[in-house]
Every structure is written in structure tokens, then in C-alpha cells.
Design a protein around this ligand. Structure first.
Ligand code: HEC
Length: 161
């Protein structure tokens, strides 16, 4: 029996066939079923977009979420201090009128350098170019993720009636 458990532990530790960056995210992010997980699960052998989103989500959780909020709505726990508050990244309209290059420079140089709030810090010395690109890839996914979450909530509501 002990032997069986040991063999099982060994086998499940192997995680064969998954790309190196794609594992389980920290459980705090599990509130909504995430597209990244879905995408990552299909990754065979590698999906550069899913991997970038996955890395971007980690960057976001570590550096941006405190102000921008768990789902990018501008409602992080720090946001009460921010005037103006960060915009809602889950709003599709924003993504239609902005480019990656604009976002790269706001993120690297900070708000003040772009006529925005100085409370948006400059990340150019903290994050690598790749991390900045990854976090943008992640942010671009937020409107779809918000829609998915809303649809899931609706299904739950109507099934309760
Ligand atoms: C200390 C709080 C704080 C943190 C941490 C923070 N931001 Fe911000 N961010 C802001 C505020 C406030 C604004 C709104 C600036 C304005 O509209 O004047 C903003 C604006 C932005 C914008 C500009 C959006 C627009 O309106 O064009 C981007 C992009 C952005 N943040 C990305 C990030 C990323 C990526 C991170 C993490 C690496 C991050 N922010 C971390 C406070 C923060």
C-alpha cells in the first residue's frame, strides 16, 4: 500500500506533456473559470498566446492588482486613494481606441509622463519588456473574461428560479 502511494505520488509529480510555464495558478485567482486555463489545457505542444497571458496574469497579480482590482475594473483595495481611479480594463470600448505601443509607454514611464495621474507608477525599471508585453496580453483578455463571468452568473441565477 505504502509502495502504491509512493508510485502514485511520483507519477502525478511528472506532469508530462505540459509546457513549462503552464501549471495551476495560485488558488486566489480561481474565482472565475479562466480562459487562460482553458487555452492552456489545449496547449499542444505550445501556445505562445496562452503562455503570454498566463505569465501576464502573474505579473498583474503581483504588481497591478492592488490598484487595478482582481478583474481589472479599477477597484483594487488601494483604489480608494486614487483620484482619478484607474479605468475599467474590462470595458471593450477602451481596447478599440488604444494600441499596445501606447500602453507599453504608460506602463514603462508611469502616468505623470503621459498627462495622467502620478499615482500610476512607472514600471520600466521593475518589469522586463517581455513582462510588460505579457501583462498587456493579459489585460486585453479581460473584456472576454468579464463576459464569460457574467454569462456564468446568469446561468446560475436562472437555474435557481
Ligand atoms: C499605486 C496604484 C497603481 C498600481 C500599483 C498600478 N497602477 Fe496603473 N494606474 C493607476 C492609476 C491611478 C491610473 C489612472 C491614471 C489616470 O487616468 O490619470 C492607472 C492607469 C494605468 C494605465 C493607463 C490606462 C489608460 O487610461 O490609458 C495602464 C495601462 C496601467 N495603469 C497599467 C498598469 C499596470 C500594467 C500595472 C502593474 C504593472 C499598474 N498599472 C499598476 C494606478 C496604479
Amino acid at each position: 500500500m505504502t509502495c502504491f502511494v509512493a508510485v502514485f505520488a511520483l507519477l502525478s509529480g511528472c506532469d508530462v506533456g505540459r509546457p513549462p510555464h503552464v501549471g495551476r495558478p495560485p488558488h486566489t485567482w480561481d474565482r472565475y473559470p479562466s480562459q487562460i486555463e482553458t487555452l492552456a489545457a489545449r496547449t499542444s505542444p505550445r501556445d505562445p498566446l496562452a503562455e503570454s497571458q498566463y505569465r501576464g496574469r502573474a505579473v498583474y497579480g503581483q504588481y497591478c492588482q492592488i490598484c487595478h482590482g482582481q478583474h481589472g475594473a479599477g477597484d483594487g483595495f488601494n483604489s480608494a486613494m486614487l483620484d482619478p481611479p484607474p479605468r475599467n480594463f474590462a470595458d471593450e470600448a477602451f481596447w478599440k481606441q488604444t494600441t499596445d505601443e501606447q500602453l507599453v509607454s504608460v506602463i514603462k514611464d508611469g502616468g505623470a509622463a503621459h498627462g495622467k495621474s502620478k499615482l500610476m507608477p512607472a514600471w520600466g525599471h521593475t518589469l522586463s519588456e517581455q513582462q510588460v508585453r505579457d501583462v498587456i496580453t493579459y489585460l486585453r483578455m479581460l473584456p472576454a473574461e468579464a463576459k464569460q463571468a457574467a454569462a456564468a452568473a446568469e446561468t446560475t441565477d436562472s437555474s435557481q428560479e
